[in-house]
Design a protein. Structure first.
Length: 534
């Protein structure tokens, strides 16, 4: 279920910016007021201060200055309460139906000053120092006067903050963890997610393969592009014990991010925006099933207008870097070699690896010039390098044996000339396919990326080899033929990596909070504009 609040937020912004305020004003504002909760914590001593200037885009392709807006952070919560209509919504984590709630999903959406959205998923099993919080009643949503007693050194799973003190305690936990001020809170439950999916008439998702969960049984019987509806969509993004998954919740988060990307594409499509019945049903699902703080129609309209156009490619998903806990079985610990750099980037409004600032203006989307990215050359419109002429190193980053060899075979079958001497394995795991390339080798890297659907390009200045392919767990085992003169696939994205990320042995080492120390293999991403399978 994690991240459905991203869909809700993004979708409401779409509705507002496309001129349908008249359709929703009365119902939407009253619905938000009825479901308001107390969550924002403004006097938190854990908040950090930015140390760098915002790093957003500065100009359009015409050289015009890009407006800079205040950056903000929105906490997105998914509750696993069994109260009311949620009692029959399926559950992979508990058998109780007493209304006790955890934050089944937890995401931090950072809206940058140049208006791209960075969504950081925080795994529910991440261990944190227990915050001091007022307790709450999850049935009514009201805070109590009683403070939950916490002994020195007590540690919780981060999702326990919600069960103890609701959204406000979760805000305290996230602010203490990240140092980032939370400006708004949006939460939703099982029933709300199902209703939003059904309001769209179902969603089209590309499934990597059959998904069978130890508790939910068969969630999806076969792979491929297919339309799924509310109950099945909920099971897909909630399944935590999928046969074949090596990392449980982290695999689930990756599926959630791809599913959310598919929903964002569908919500922003003309077939949804121009269908009053779908708009009405979707909005009703949002207002009936959300709980919010500091969210009003007026500030959402202002926020929507600041985006200009709401392209799904402006939304990039990441997962907080963690490592298995050595102190508690099944739990995760924050990876202190990488996480500080992530928090620093968000605090200072700097892009993360694989994410580029998006130039935009608060105007009609059709009038906005295409953004320019001077540090990353634009992709050629056609393939210019033959596969046989590409020297590519293949790195297995799946955590499974034999994947690099399988990739070698798949690439060689479509014209490449990879040998066993070109195969490598790295300790850190990721889900995405990433083609890294040295300066001047973009054309060769493009040929590799064009043969692997869903692959992204990352320039790594100083890379010791011309092209390096990092194979993540999302690879479906296939490679497609590529020929000189063929059109460049539209799903390929590009980004520039910071210098110093060449050595595989040093990949994942971020000894400081400097965001420039992170490379693409440190922090895999899912861009909502990509065509990936779940």
């Amino acid at each position: 279920m994690a991240g459905h609040t991203v869909v809700a937020l993004f979708s409401v912004l779409v509705l507002l910016v496309t001129g349908v305020e008249w359709f929703i004003t009365s119902r939407f504002d009253s619905g938000l007021a009825d479901n308001r909760i107390s969550a924002i914590v403004s006097d938190d001593t854990h908040l950090s201060t930015a140390t760098a200037a915002p790093g957003g885009g500065t100009s359009t392709s015409d050289g015009e200055a890009v407006p800079s807006f205040p950056a903000e952070n929105i906490l997105l919560l998914g509750s696993d309460t069994r109260a009311g209509a949620n009692a029959d919504s399926g559950n992979s984590d508990s058998t109780t139906e007493d209304g006790v709630a955890n934050s089944d999903s937890l995401m931090l959406a950072h809206i940058s000053s140049d208006r791209h959205i960075t969504v950081l998923s925080i795994p529910r099993d991440t261990m944190i120092p227990a915050p001091t919080c007022n307790t709450w009643n999850s049935q009514t949503g009201e805070l109590n006067d009683r403070i939950e007693p916490v002994s020195e050194g007590t540690r919780w799973h981060i999702n326990s903050a919600f069960s103890v003190g609701g959204p406000q305690c979760t805000v305290r936990a996230v602010q203490a963890l990240t140092g980032l001020r939370i400006d708004r809170v949006i939460g939703i439950d099982f029933a709300g997610f199902k209703n939003m999916v059904d309001a769209l008439g179902g969603i089209s998702v590309n499934i990597c393969g059959p998904i069978v969960d130890a508790e939910l049984q068969t969630v999806v019987a076969a792979g491929g592009v297919q339309t799924i509806h509310g109950d099945q969509a909920l099971s897909l993004v909630r399944a935590r014990k999928v046969i074949g998954d090596n990392d449980s919740d982290l695999s689930r988060i990756r599926r959630q991010q791809v599913v959310l990307s598919a929903i964002l594409k569908q919500v922003t499509a003309a077939g949804t925006l121009l269908n009053p019945a779908k708009l009405n049903a979707f909005l009703q699902a949002f207002t009936d099933n959300t709980f919010t703080d500091n969210v009003t129609l007026d500030n959402l309209v202002t926020l929507a207008q600041s985006f200009g156009n709401l392209d799904p490619a402006k939304v990039t998903f990441y997962t907080l870097p963690t490592v298995p806990s050595t102190r508690e079985s099944g739990a995760l610990e924050v990876d202190d070699s990488k996480a500080p750099a992530v928090f620093s980037a968000l605090l200072n409004d700097q892009p993360l690896p694989g994410e580029q600032p998006v130039a935009t203006t608060p105007a009609d989307p059709s009038t906005i010039p295409a953004p320019s990215t001077p540090d990353t050359p634009a992709l050629p419109s056609t393939i210019t390098t033959d596969p046989a002429d590409v020297a590519v190193q293949v790195v297995n980053a799946t955590g499974r044996t034999g994947v690099a060899t399988a990739m070698m075979t798949a690439l060689n079958d479509v014209g490449f000339a990879v040998t066993e001497d070109d195969l490598r394995v790295q300790d850190t795991e990721q889900s995405d396919l990433v083609v890294e390339y040295a300066t001047g080798q973009q054309d060769a890297a493009l040929t590799v990326a064009a043969s692997l659907e869903g692959a992204g390009l990352v320039e790594v200045p100083g890379l010791a080899v011309p092209v390096r392919l990092i194979v993540g767990s999302s690879w479906d085992g296939a490679a497609q033929p590529v020929s000189v003169g063929a059109d460049t696939p539209t799903w390929i994205t590009t980004a520039a990596a910071p210098t110093g990320t060449d050595d595989l042995a040093s990949t994942g080492a971020a000894p400081s909070g400097d965001a420039s120390t992170l490379g693409s293999t440190d922090l895999p991403s899912v861009n909502a504009g990509q065509a990936l399978c779940a």
